[in-house]
Ligand binder design. Structure first.
Ligand SMILES: *[C@@H]1O[C@H](CO)[C@@H](O)[C@H](O)[C@H]1NC(C)=O
Ligand SMILES: *[C@@H]1O[C@H](CO)[C@@H](O)[C@H](O)[C@H]1NC(C)=O
Length: 340
């Protein structure tokens, strides 16, 4: 499940600006609406995060970037950038680190997502990397070495659209280091009962494995090291009472995340294992060697390139949003709080 520590970050950002914008009142200077606040940078304007109906006008939210296919090997330092520094040019940065502080790094050709102890919150503060491109259907494969070296540590590789809550998951919990769990969500319904565990027979934190999601309009197939482990057919998600399918179908982003489930709410902690072992200098890491995406639908042929003026405006807001130091603390609380 996607972790959202965003409100806390936004609340802090909001404290730095003189006028607090209420819902649906974003103006031309802070046109993009997200989770109750308005601003002008990528953290607010990115497709899927930004809510068009509540933004300044119907074109204020940035359009979907789209993606035909790409392989990211994490061999370039700009393969990931903080979303607060992101210009909007998806061709420059394949992934966006969405939390502050930014606990992502590229080392030795791998993306590293770290989780460190936040003493004030008595919980770990992790990291999330969202793709700067969207996909709609298609196949994604990631080579991942998990952080399942201790109870409570959760690693994830998902495809998600924040607006609809459509989501397709691989998740690993420290409680069960040999296991990967698959799940999906649709229409913002949080239903944990669809989770299916798979035992790799080896420790997922010991070596890289290929985790693949083949997502079509009719089915989702999850595979590990080329072997299909689960198939979900859209037809089987039909609910006659509501005449709807609970099948993810929104244009979405792939995301990698590490977070502290063991220090969270009871249900989450029971699922992830607890307590998460922490010393002041403990660092847990999840590694991604490569991420390969091929989208069935390239929603826009042009990458979304923002103008220089918009880019510098984004940078200016970044300073405000990150100046307080408070988001880390607040976000850590939020990070531990949600269910899985
Ligand atoms: C819509 O808002 C954007 C800023 O978000 C602005 O650049 C654009 O000119 C506006 N369009 C109209 C038709 O007002
Ligand atoms: C993905 O799944 C679809 C439907 O099952 C199948 O036709 C297609 O060949 C699969 N693609 C890959 C690359 O495995």
């Amino acid at each position: 499940m996607k972790i959202t520590a965003f409100s806390a970050v936004l609340a802090s950002a909001l404290a730095m600006v003189p006028a607090a914008f209420a819902e649906s009142t974003c103006d031309q200077f802070s046109p993009c609406y997200r989770e109750g606040y308005c601003n002008v940078n990528a953290a607010f304007c990115l497709y899927g995060l930004c809510v068009p109906s509540k933004s300044y006008n119907s074109t204020s939210c940035w359009p979907a970037e789209g993606c035909a296919s790409q392989t990211v090997n994490f061999d370039k330092s700009n393969d990931i950038i903080s979303i607060y520094k992101y210009s909007g040019d998806a061709s420059q940065n394949a992934f966006l680190s969405i939390f502050d502080p930014d606990n992502t790094a590229i080392n030795n050709g791998n993306l590293e997502l770290s989780m460190k102890y936040n003493a004030a919150q008595k919980a770990g503060f992790g990291a999330t990397a969202d793709a700067s491109h969207t996909i709609k259907y298609g196949k994604v494969t990631a080579r991942v070495k998990t952080a399942s070296i201790a109870k409570g540590v959760v690693s994830s590789f998902i495809i998600r659209d924040d607006n609809t809550g459509d989501e397709i998951d691989f998740e690993w919990v420290g409680l069960s280091p040999n296991q990967v769990q698959t799940n999906y969500y649709a229409n913002n319904v949080i239903d944990y009962t669809k989770m299916v565990p798979y035992d790799l027979g080896v420790d997922t934190s010991a070596a890289y494995h290929d985790y693949e999601i083949n997502w079509t309009a009719d089915s989702i197939v999850w595979s590990v090291d080329g072997k299909p482990i689960r198939t979900l057919k859209k037809a089987d998600t039909y609910n006659a009472a509501t005449n709807t399918y609970s099948f993810p179908s929104s244009e979405a982003r792939i995301a990698f995340s590490i977070w502290d489930g063991g220090s969270g709410a009871q249900g989450t902690a029971d699922w992830a294992g607890h307590p998460t072992p922490w010393n002041a200098d403990t660092v847990y890491k999840m590694y991604v060697d490569s991420a390969e995406e091929s989208s069935a639908v390239a929603s826009s042929s042009e990458l979304n390139s923002k103008s220089a003026a918009e880019s510098s405006a984004a940078d200016a807001s970044t300073g405000a949003a990150t100046a307080t130091g408070a988001p880390a603390t607040d976000a850590a609380t939020a990070t531990g709080a949600p269910g899985h």
